[in-house]
Design a protein around this ligand. Sequence first.
Ligand code: SF4
Length: 358
Amino acid sequence: MTVPLNIAELELTEVEDALEGRGCERFHARQLYRWMYKRGVTDFGRMTDLSKDLRVRLGREFTIATPAVTSDQRSSDGTRKFVLEFADKRCIEAVFIPDTPSMTFCISTQVGCAMGCGFCLTGKMGLVRNLTAGEIGGQVRVLAAATEMLDHPFNIVLMGMGEPLHNYDNTMKALRILHEEYGLAVSPRRVTLSTVGIVPGLKRLAHEPLMPNLAISLHATTEEQRTALVPPNRKYPLAEILETCRHFPLKRRSRITFEYVMLSGVNDTPEDARRLARLLTGIKAKVNLIPLNPAPGIPFERPSDDRVDRFAQILADRYLTVSVRKSRGQDIRAACGQLIVEGGTKKSAAQQMALLMR
Ligand code: SF4
């Protein structure tokens, strides 16, 4: 018996080719895309503008794999954290953040993450596996349907679990699928890709026809400090990342966002702020300061508001655009760097705890 082809993994032209290869009309691909992405329907039997015969045939030869929602937690501030499960029972988290200023989905690109940033719970899990393009796009389909956003514009940030440039091809294919006009038609201007700075990935990204906004997770102002906080800095040092950013092709009026998690007594001094401003000279940059969301097992503390304000003021005085990220969904651990799926790695609760305490 042949295995049904999973349409969730296919771009529109691939669906057209697959249909044609089976003797069906290519235009049905557009209808399929509309049902899947604009109406959130994945049951071929409910696709009523297709003939009954075709629906039966599609049901035999195709499938539309869709992550299952196993948990949907709501924060008092409106943020919703979803745990989504894939066919192999692996789980990831995806977050809906309302009003920031528009609706945003924060989605994952990997189960776990190999980067091991010292302040991040996901990093403690290690990498379990890459997500496929269909699994990345599927998160948006599921969240848009669950939050009744299928018909509304929304932003996507690739800031959930995983390093998107460490899963480059699948991430880019997912963005092409989501961009398709018969589907969700998400403009790349509404997508932000956040990376620790995998330099070969950044260089490839510079040539992408569908280029998302770029955010670099910087978090430190010296090589030594950054290597301690963001271990991939050993391979792709700060200086090389910033040099790549200096040559990154940006559209008019767009800037690269530099994310800076503020850790009390570690990287939050006035000297750090001055050094950061110097490092960003010559780059069209804006800085997003993220006071740490403390969590058990993370050996850092959040700086005081005064310290954050002082840091921000030093940058602003040097003509940098600065924002301080409001923490969302802290009561459901949906905030930045706090995504971890207990049990997702099939470790016992005790093993998970041991991992967190390392
Ligand atoms: S901060 Fe991002 S890149 Fe670093 S370990 Fe966490 S998920 Fe991975």
